[in-house]
Design a protein around this ligand. Structure first.
Ligand code: HEC
Length: 86
């Protein structure tokens, strides 16, 4: 009787965690200022208007994010153009 040993090799698909931050003028700000407390996913999964993105970034600043006024302008423009309401 032959015993078949099946080795189930579980390969974790690490490619799935690739960052999905599209390039753009605010992308560097996002990568520098916004991913110290959480993943970029929580940001790029949102679809918001310019006003709502501004409120969201203001909220993050109140919670401890550090962005200069110039960085904030670049960031909210970038977010509103790349991630507008669906
Ligand atoms: C000081 C820590 C910190 C920094 C820096 C930070 N965030 Fe957050 N952010 C949080 C916390 C805490 C939450 C909510 C809890 C969670 O689900 O992780 C959150 C949630 C969010 C959400 C989900 C919606 C919401 O309002 O809860 C968005 C969008 C977001 N952050 C955007 C940003 C952006 C854009 C930046 C860069 C300007 C940023 N965050 C930087 C702490 C931070």
């Amino acid at each position: 009787m032959m015993r078949t040993i099946i080795l189930a090799v579980t390969l974790t698909a690490t490619a799935a965690s690739a960052q999905t931050v599209p390039p753009g003028p605010g992308a560097d700000v996002l990568k520098a200022r916004c991913v110290s407390c959480h993943e970029a996913d929580i940001i790029v999964s949102q679809r918001l208007s310019l006003a709502a993105w501004t409120r969201s970034v203001d909220k993050m600043v109140r919670w401890g994010a550090t962005v200069t006024p110039e960085e904030k302008d670049a960031l909210v423009d970038y977010l509103a153009s790349r991630f507008p309401p669906r």
